[in-house]
Write a protein that binds this ligand. Structure first.
Ligand SMILES: N[C@@H](CCC(=O)N[C@@H](CS)C(=O)NCC(=O)O)C(=O)O
Length: 209
């Protein structure tokens, strides 16, 4: 029995939904009781963060830890395959996304509403985001390979980058190699289905802005 504590709009939860979909695993998706960070939720998941997984009584938080656990517990299809060097490069891409790219995007969230925006901050942060996108191109796979754990965060972060570029009236920086890579990822049903469903959640969220 797999239970995923998640909210529809969380990027890291969507990343894991791609893993679960690709492995064709049945799971219950449950909202964190009391909301994430609440004392009630912390009784179940001490980290208080999302996503969290419960599998047969085992509790795990952090999307990277959960993804690797799922890949070992349900090895088919293998989403961390290749030589030791290739697996290290996959982890490098995945960690870069989580620790460098996504936080650069997240820092812009408080500035989405024009009324609360600090234009100077957005200028500075947008340049940082472009620098991170330039770097991620170096980490992208050179050749076609099976869908991996490292590919599950970027499609959702890209949705946010596109949305933010519209909000801030800037050119969408998703182009070139990264755009081609994302197009190939979208050929996987698990990615395409989650992107579609996530876009619907984001559209519903935008109406509340
Ligand atoms: N590195 C973590 C980041 C997860 C994360 O930032 N989750 C957000 C929701 S999208 C959250 O739970 N924030 C509240 C907190 O960390 O207490 C992961 O990959 O799971």
């Amino acid at each position: 029995m797999l239970t995923l504590y998640a909210v529809p709009i969380s990027l890291y939860c969507a990343k894991l939904r791609i893993v679960l979909r690709h492995k064709q695993l049945n799971f219950d998706e449950v909202l964190p009781p009391g909301g994430y960070g609440s004392d009630e939720y912390k009784k179940l998941v001490p980290a208080g963060s999302l996503p969290a997984l419960i599998h047969d009584g085992l509790q795990i938080s952090d999307s990277e830890a959960i993804g690797e656990y799922l890949n070992e517990a349900f090895p088919d299809p293998n989403m961390l395959s290749g030589t030791i060097a290739e697996r290290a490069k996959l982890r490098e891409l995945s960690r870069f996304h989580d620790t460098r790219l996504e936080p650069a995007v997240r820092a812009l969230f408080p500035h989405i509403s024009a009324s609360k925006r600090d234009d100077q901050f957005v200028d500075h942060q947008w340049q940082l985001l472009i620098d991170r996108l330039d770097h991620i191109e170096v980490l992208l796979p050179q050749n076609e390979r099976p869908l991996s754990l490292a590919d599950c965060g970027l499609p959702i972060t890209a949705i946010w980058i596109t949305f933010l570029s519209e909000q801030f009236g800037r050119l969408n920086p998703i182009e070139g190699l990264l755009a081609t890579y994302l197009k190939h990822l979208n050929e996987h049903t698990a990615v395409a289905d989650e992107v579609k469903s996530y876009q619907a959640s984001l559209n519903a969220w935008k109406k509340k802005l």
